[in-house]
Design a binder for this molecule. Structure first.
Ligand code: TXA
Ligand code: MG
Length: 339
């Protein structure tokens, strides 16, 4: 995941990317795949174009966007200063799912950064995203391609569901499935504002101690997006850390649940409990066989199952590695937590 995705671009893909780049250059908005999730992109230096992103998503104006670049040295186009630890992380993890919050270059329009004096920037590791930025010849600001508050899109059909024909969609595959890690390097020690594909453990190996923004700190909203409702599917989502508790819950609440469509998503294997749950008449699925699988499936599960089920029950995972990112998204999607 740390190396540039150089696989060949097919003529059909190239055609779509060229069209996308034309749209970006003429001030429009394009949905494109990255290695994390789909982005909804526009020329980061074109205020009016960026405004369209906010309008399409229904995104609050005080929630800043991430700028995407195709060459490491382009970080200077958007940041005023690159601290030593930023240099180390760029060398190690770009292109990749790591977003750096750095002092903002005054040339970046205020609408992109929601008037903050910092800017979030990353170089995605995806051949289509990189080629699109290269051909557009400008940095691209792009949030995840979802209606504000809804689960992020990981497939072209999710984008289509959210935006219909209002945006041109470049088709491609997403590999990781949850958004990039966001780390604020303007404070000491640096703070992970959002966990993702590059884990705290991986970062600490390179630059030493970093903090993780605690859920209870959300009120101070260091990362403005964090205070908003997120990842909410159309179903109620419950998370249990123990599958025995899922069984107990289903048994105790059986009468309340009758008549409701319930999906239970277990991690790794179905096992005895899974069979019991199925025998009780509930629908069951695997969230993934590995943490990486789970991350890749998560938003698709929330979006697709959200259309059918009244309640989705997840077996939670340990908050380590990408598990921290998975649980971060689940807790935000969940209306209730049971431990
Ligand atoms: O993987 C990703 O990061 C995807 C793909 C498309 O690159 N993008 C994405 O963007 O997730 P978005 O807008 O959904 O989330 C960006 C997060 C928000 O929580 C926002 O508040 C935060 O980054 N952010 C952006 N600029 C910031 C800044 N200057 N300081 C602190 N947080 C910032
Ligand atoms: Mg988002």
């Amino acid at each position: 995941m740390r190396f540039c995705d150089n696989s060949d671009i097919s003529p059909a893909e190239e055609e779509q990317i060229r069209r996308g780049a034309e749209i970006i250059r003429s001030g429009g908005v394009v949905a494109f795949p990255t290695e994390t999730v789909y982005g909804l992109g526009a020329n980061a230096f074109d205020e009016d174009a960026v405004k369209k992103i906010f309008e399409l998503k229904g995104r609050p104006q005080d929630n800043p966007l991430i700028i995407h670049i195709a060459k490491k040295e382009d970080v200077f186009l958007v940041a005023r200063e690159i601290p030593k630890n930023a240099e180390i992380l760029i060398d190690k993890f770009w292109p990749g799912p790591l977003t750096l919050v750095l002092p903002k270059n005054p040339s970046v329009p205020d609408i992109v950064t929601a008037n903050l004096d910092t800017v979030a920037v990353r170089m995605p590791n995806h051949k289509i995203a990189l080629k699109l930025i290269e051909l557009s010849a400008v940095p691209i600001s792009a949030p995840s391609a979802n209606i504000s508050g809804k689960p992020s899109a990981t497939k072209p059909e999710h984008v289509k569901k959210y935006f219909g024909d209002k945006v041109f969609i470049i088709e491609g595959e997403v590999k990781i499935g949850i958004e990039s890690t966001v780390i604020d390097l303007t404070v000491s020690p640096p703070v992970i504002l959002r966990p993702g594909g590059i884990s705290k453990e991986m970062i600490e190996k390179e630059i030493g101690r970093v903090d993780v923004l605690a859920d209870s700190d959300v009120k101070i909203a260091k990362s403005p997006g964090i205070k908003y409702k997120h990842y909410s599917p159309n179903s109620d989502v419950y998370i249990f850390m123990n599958r025995k508790d899922i069984l107990k819950f289903l048994e105790f609440e059986r009468s309340k649940l009758s008549g409701k469509k319930v999906l239970v998503a277990l991690f790794r294997y179905l096992g005895e409990e899974g069979e019991k749950i199925r025998d009780m008449g509930f629908n069951i699925t695997l969230s993934g066989r590995t943490l990486e699988d789970f991350a890749r499936n998560l938003f698709n599960l929330l979006i697709v199952a959200g259309e059918t089920y009244d309640i989705i029950i997840f077996e939670g995972v340990e908050e380590r590695g990408i598990g921290l990112g998975i649980m971060n998204r689940l807790k935000k999607a969940g209306k209730k937590m049971f431990y």
